[in-house]
Design a protein around this ligand. Structure first.
Ligand SMILES: O=C(O)CCC(=O)C(=O)O
Ligand SMILES: [Fe+2]
Length: 294
């Protein structure tokens, strides 16, 4: 049920909506008549809604928390080996990590957050001005980077609607800033959905499909989705770093040598996107057509 401000990343299709902010206002506090297209019946069973008043009682061991990578340590000769190993392991076993001490100063991050909040407060008409001109807004498509801003309204029936369907990101790396301390992002881990807790000053990073293919499957492009909160609105901003459309993506020969087998097909990134677009967006199913020796 996210409102997405123009995206080149159609693979992360959220449910179509002219304006979910207006819709949420129309539905009022009770959210009585959520249009059928937003209801996800499969969510009703066995999935815990994200509630503002939840006790934070599920703090598990480190296997329950997305790894945290410290850039200062990565760059410090005394610790870089250890931190690089941690990063490598996060890319292989998690596909997701949070980066701290990333060098983007707090003021800049705060400014982005405030601007994003202000942007979503604008009347629809004013927001629409930006829709066909995303470049104007955030320098999108520069060097094959694109950006997308997500708005998830609160919904008392949070366990019946999804913010964004389960998907993987198509490109290389995604950097995500969660704007407020509102949890919503979940990753698929060992068959379960695991929340990614917002961490102050951190950026969430995840591996996309292209990087999984290039690494011959060593690094994992992990399925994720977004739940809405029952009381609070949630905002996020994602920056995608992707190959150019005309670049060939396939397992890197040196990595194929290492594993002795090529696990993915090789094709133009553009062609890959075409296939992916046509495939039914359902978690990671679209990657099946890329696999060799199934
Ligand atoms: O809003 C989020 O936390 C994640 C959004 C996302 O997965 C995406 O934009 O690809
Ligand atoms: Fe995503």
């Amino acid at each position: 049920m996210a409102e997405v401000v123009r995206s080149s990343e159609s693979w992360a299709r959220s449910l179509p909506s002219e304006n979910v902010q207006a819709l949420a206002q129309e539905l009022g506090d009770t959210c009585m008549d959520i249009p059928q297209m937003y209801i996800r019946p499969e969510l009703d069973v066995g999935v815990k809604a994200i509630c503002d008043d939840d006790d934070d009682d599920d703090k598990g061991g480190s296997d329950d928390k997305v790894p945290i990578i410290d850039m200062n340590r990565l760059l410090d000769p005394n610790f870089s080996l250890e931190e690089s190993a941690k990063l490598h392991s996060a890319c292989m076993n998690w596909g997701f990590f949070q980066v701290v001490n990333h060098g983007v100063c707090d003021e800049v991050i705060e400014k982005i957050k405030v601007d994003l909040e202000e942007f979503f407060k604008l009347p629809l008409k004013e927001k629409e001005v930006f829709a066909p001109l995303p470049e104007v807004l955030c320098g999108i498509f520069k060097d094959h980077q694109s950006m997308r801003m997500n708005y998830y309204p609160p919904c008392p029936k949070a366990n019946q609607v999804l913010g964004i369907n389960p998907h993987t990101d198509a490109g290389g790396l995604t950097l995500l800033l969660q704007v407020r301390d509102v949890q919503g992002l979940q990753i698929k881990r060992k068959g379960k959905w695991l929340p990614v807790e917002p961490l102050e000053h951190a950026l969430v990073v995840n591996i996309g499909d292209a990087l999984e293919i290039l690494t011959n499957g060593a690094y994992a492009s992990v399925e994720h989705r977004v739940m809405v909160n029952n009381k609070k609105e949630r905002l996020s901003i994602a920056a995608y770093h992707s190959p150019s459309f005309d670049k060939i993506i396939g397992p890197l020969p040196e990595l194929v040598q290492g594993s002795g087998k090529e696990y993915y097909k090789t094709m133009k990134y553009e062609k890959y996107l075409e296939f992916q677009f046509l495939a039914k967006v359902e978690g990671k199913n679209h990657m099946e057509f890329m696999k060799l020796n199934k």
